[in-house]
Design a protein around this ligand. Structure first.
Ligand SMILES: NC(=O)c1ccc[n+]([C@@H]2O[C@H](COP(=O)([O-])OP(=O)(O)OC[C@H]3O[C@@H](n4cnc5c(N)ncnc54)[C@H](O)[C@@H]3O)[C@@H](O)[C@H]2O)c1
Length: 254
């Protein structure tokens, strides 16, 4: 079986220091893409970039806070300086909040989820679109979630932000299809990453077991399973897909 070909593509990723982002940075670099990735976590970002470079792979790290318009602008400026042309932008940076019914979710958690998970994607998409319109070419991939396609009790603020990401993905895909720019989303269910470790740590054994057993496959997703799907999206094999989502959920929403 041959892997999706991303050789030589210039791919810019946010939230690349951990979890799905780090796995995707690694896989794309292994498949000979040129990866420029950012995160607000400088320590882990630099450590990942160094470990990839030691293996002779191409990946550069730059600190970014996706909620800060100036930081986002500096990030894409540096990416463009490094690459010249950006082929694919993956908007992956995200946060969650402690599981609770709405009345028990602090407003602060709501604002943080909207700022990172929705406004962050908006700001990054604007930078990417401006660049891609000039080149009359490009592909934007947004990390949404199945919490963005159906109700997600106990994580309402996260779910609201992810529904917003799906709305942006669909609307902007239609707006820019004639400019040869595609916009798609990826919607995983629970995947074994530090984000989900955090959610799990707030649950008791029975709740943890029922979360896993609710999935028809009776397991969580693996970061590499999400990264593989993203690699396919990054390749030209996905060329007729725009305005839609790849759902990776073990059959949970089937
Ligand atoms: N893990 C899951 O079960 C799951 C399921 C569906 C969707 N997702 C989405 O996938 C994406 C990656 O999640 P993950 O599970 O790998 O989480 P993670 O916590 O392991 O990684 C998220 C990364 O985003 C970075 N980040 C957070 N806020 C940032 C900011 N303001 N600016 C720049 N970087 C920032 C973090 O530092 C971290 O490195 C998120 O958008 C998440 O919502 C995850």
């Amino acid at each position: 079986m041959t892997a999706s070909d991303v050789t030589g593509k210039h791919i810019v990723i946010t939230g690349g220091a951990s979890g799905i982002g780090a796995e995707t940075v690694t896989l794309l670099a292994q498949r000979k893409a040129n990866v420029f990735f950012g995160d607000r976590n400088q320590k882990d970002g630099l450590a990942l970039a160094d470990s990839l470079k030691e293996k002779g792979l191409s990946a550069s790290f730059f600190v970014v806070d996706v909620t800060d318009v100036e930081s986002v602008s500096a990030f894409y400026k540096q990416a463009t300086k490094t690459f010249g042309k950006i082929d694919v932008g993956l908007n992956n940076a995200g946060v969650d909040h402690d599981p609770a019914r709405m009345l028990d979710v602090p407003d602060e958690d709501y604002h943080r989820n909207i700022a990172v998970n929705l406004t962050g994607v908006w700001l990054c998409m604007k930078q990417l679109l401006a660049h891609m319109v000039e080149n009359n070419n490009g592909h934007i991939i947004n990390l949404a979630s199945i919490a963005g396609t159906s109700g997600a009790p106990m994580i309402s603020a996260y779910s609201a932000a992810k529904h917003g990401v799906i709305g942006l993905t669909k609307s902007v895909a239609i707006e820019y299809a004639r400019s040869n720019i595609r916009v798609n989303a990826v919607c995983p269910s629970f995947v074994q990453t530090p984000m989900v470790d955090h959610v799990m740590s707030g649950l008791n054994d029975r709740q943890r077991a029922s979360l896993v057993n609710a999935n028809p496959m009776k397991r969580l997703g693996k970061p590499e399973e999400i990264a593989s799907a993203i690699a396919w999206l990054c390749s030209d094999e996905s060329s007729f897909m725009t305005g839609h989502s790849v759902v990776l959920d073990g059959g949970l929403t089937a």
